[in-house]
Design a protein around this ligand. Structure first.
Ligand SMILES: [Zn+2]
Length: 355
């Protein structure tokens, strides 16, 4: 079996605070005198039911972690460690998602909050073997006018390279807010050339995905796994090349599926969907990017050729430059043509004199 950590891939669904290492969270909490709920530091993956109470528990823990990120240094550390961890797992392109609103009060406003993340992303790209770009995300819990403000801010930093904003997202509980009211913010983002990458189709099914598609014209859906419950909708997403950022550990953690085997990864891929595996919030789900590829292999039975296709799909769904995409795709080809270590004894057995 080939080493999946060496398979070049793009990571398109990772939240800023949710990317944090547990020891880092402990450090920051100690430094700021914050008491943490034990569920954040026990290393056990979060498991909640897929209802409002479950989401409330998830959100409370997420907020507790976010409350520990209180300075420019904290923010820079998170980006650097997310990049280092991704690079170690073969991610060559990370598009990290941040809603700057919660960090803004500690660093003098929304603009410095975004600029710190972008500058840290540039520095991390130079320090680690991964390009780090940024998705600015608005929250369904806040007023749609706040989303417009964020979209205008994001638009100022639009680009495709390290430390640039590549997309605009919409996160938080899919059951909250009226999707259509966020359309104006997404129009601003799209006009600036940003990808439309809202969450949708995890907690809610096809009817909600339809709303998101009609109102926000996504290039990628955060999750989108439940689109497959309506084959005609899924066929439309395939036809329009709307990529799905599938995060199996998150789906299981949030109770959308009872276990990893129930996540419909293979049916989505077989329907032709452009799937990019992501980790969402490793801090809460105790599962990083590489774990998602390992699950595809071990739980869903993906062969190395199919895993290479998943990686290619993630690269194509990214907003990386054509040059970066070509380099990554050729890296995937190299990974697949390299001899499978498990197959090696066969060739050495047929040439016993080789040594
Ligand atoms: Zn997410």
């Amino acid at each position: 079996m080939r080493d999946l950590a060496k398979l070049p891939k793009a990571h398109l669904h990772l939240h800023f605070t949710g990317s944090m290492r547990v020891p880092t969270l402990r450090d920051l909490a100690a430094g700021h005198g914050v008491r943490l709920p034990s569920a954040l530091t026990d290393g056990d993956p979060l498991r909640v039911p897929a209802d409002e109470r479950g989401w409330f528990r998830f959100q409370r823990l997420y907020d507790a972690a976010r409350a520990c990120v209180r300075s420019e240094a904290d923010m820079r550390r998170l980006v650097d460690e997310a990049a280092a961890d991704d690079a170690a797992e073969g991610s060559r392109r990370l598009e990290i998602q941040v809603d700057p609103t919660s960090y803004a009060p500690f660093v003098g406003g929304l603009t410095p909050a975004v600029e710190i993340v972008l500058d840290a992303a540039r520095a991390a790209s130079a320090a680690h073997d991964v390009e780090v770009a940024v998705v600015v995300a608005a929250s369904r819990m806040r007023h749609p006018l706040d989303a417009r403000t964020l979209a205008r801010l994001a638009a100022r930093y639009a680009g495709d390279g390290p430390g640039e904003v590549v997309g605009f997202g919409l996160s938080n509980d899919e059951r909250r807010g009226d999707t259509a009211e966020f359309a104006a913010a997404f129009r601003i983002a799209r006009r600036a050339g940003l990808a439309s990458v809202p969450h949708g189709g995890e907690l809610l099914g096809p009817a909600h995905v339809r709303d998101v598609v009609d109102a926000l014209h996504p290039d990628r859906l955060g999750h989108g796994v439940r689109a497959g419950e309506d084959p005609a909708l899924l066929a439309e997403l395939v036809e329009r090349e709307v990529a799905l950022e599938v995060c199996p550990a998150s789906n299981v953690g949030l109770g959308v599926y009872p276990d990893t085997a129930a996540v419909p990864l293979r049916p989505l891929v077989e329907a032709g969907a452009r799937v990019a595996l992501g980790a969402d919030d490793p801090l809460l789900f105790s599962s990083r990017l590489l774990d998602q590829y390992v699950a595809a292999r071990e739980v869903h039975g993906f062969t190395d050729a199919e895993l290479a296709d998943l990686a290619r799909s993630s690269v194509r769904a990214s907003r990386a430059s054509d040059r970066t995409k070509r380099r990554m795709l050729s890296g995937v080809d190299d990974w697949l043509v390299a001899p499978d270590p498990a197959g090696a004894p066969l060739s050495s057995a047929s040439h016993p004199s080789a040594g």
